[in-house]
Design a protein around this ligand. Structure first.
Ligand SMILES: Nc1ncnc2c1ncn2[C@@H]1O[C@H](COP(=O)(O)OP(=O)(O)OP(=O)(O)O)[C@@H](O)[C@H]1O
Ligand SMILES: [Mg+2]
Length: 264
């Protein structure tokens, strides 16, 4: 479903701020893979997702989504394949618009149809059903302004919007990191539910090792712009934090510096 072949990205080349963020990274996801992505600060996690989304062109290498080479496609064109959710609950939804209007915008994404003609009753019923599944009571607040929602409610809605059109690929960049632990786990639960229900191929970045172990069918660790660990199947199911630290040390040749950020 996604093939990333030997991609390189250097920021500010030729300056004192030069930074090799992706260093020959390759990764192949099968349809329905739910991959958690971990790695220390600056390992290249967000850069990988940005490269896939086409935020800027990569320097070298190739990106193929669902059999289509998108390496040279603009971010706008690639958006048709993707759903994305970021860390900040303020992004991804329009605060001054109602819940149903936000969902309607997501529904109309990529079409010429705007909101001018309004939202049909049938659509409204569909949105209610979708919202009900979140278990947050939002189905009774269809016209509430999104700006009035809590961070967790907003992230749950963003998730719903990002997946409304069943994207080929769902990209989650620490989408629960700004939430309190209880809300974060609720949003992760909703993530699991949607990804499993719709069999979405997913890349989910997290700073929390336990979450990375508990979710998805596959876990990758990045370091210095490359994949240094790729754990799946039974091995992933049996994985513990201790295990993961040992594997990290073997793969990197470094002792795990007690990086609180990655332990979560
Ligand atoms: N737009 C940019 N301009 C310049 N440097 C950048 C840019 N984006 C990322 N970098 C640099 O590339 C490296 C990788 O950054 P990236 O954001 O991918 O890390 P990350 O693994 O997501 O880390 P974190 O856990 O802190 O989010 C870092 O050194 C970062 O400073
Ligand atoms: Mg990041």
């Amino acid at each position: 479903m996604l093939e990333v072949k030997n991609i390189y990205k250097t920021f500010n080349p030729g300056t004192i701020n030069e930074k090799i963020a992706l260093n020959g990274l390759s990764l192949k996801l099968n349809e329905g893979d739910f991959v958690t992505v971990i790695g220390g600060n600056g390992a290249g996690k967000s850069t990988l997702l940005n490269a896939v989304a086409g935020v800027w062109p990569v320097d070298e290498g190739q990106i193929v989504i669902d059999g289509t080479d998108v390496t040279k496609l603009s971010e706008h064109k690639r958006a048709a394949y993707l759903g994305r959710v970021f860390q900040d609950p303020m992004t991804g939804t329009a605060a001054t618009m109602g819940i149903e209007e936000n969902l309607a915008l997501a529904r109309r994404r990529g079409t010429k149809r705007g909101l001018r003609k309004g939202i049909t009753q049938q659509e409204r019923e569909e949105y209610k059903e979708l919202l009900k599944v979140l278990g947050l009571g939002l189905e009774n607040r269809l016209t509430s302004k999104v700006g009035l929602l809590s961070g967790g409610q907003r992230q749950a809605l963003t998730l719903l919007m990002a997946t409304l059109k069943k994207p080929k690929l769902l990209l989650l960049d620490e989408h629960t990191a700004a939430l309190d632990p209880k809300t974060a786990s609720k949003v992760l639960e909703i993530t699991d539910m949607i990804v499993n229900r719709d069999h979405l191929t997913t890349l989910m970045i997290t700073h929390n090792m336990k979450d990375a172990i508990a979710h998805g069918n596959r876990l990758i660790m990045l370091m210095d712009g490359k994949v240094i660990l790729d754990i799946q199947g039974e091995e992933k199911k049996k994985l513990t934090v201790k295990n993961l630290l040992d594997k990290f040390e073997q793969a990197s040749g470094e002792e795990f510096s007690n990086d609180a950020a990655i332990l979560g």
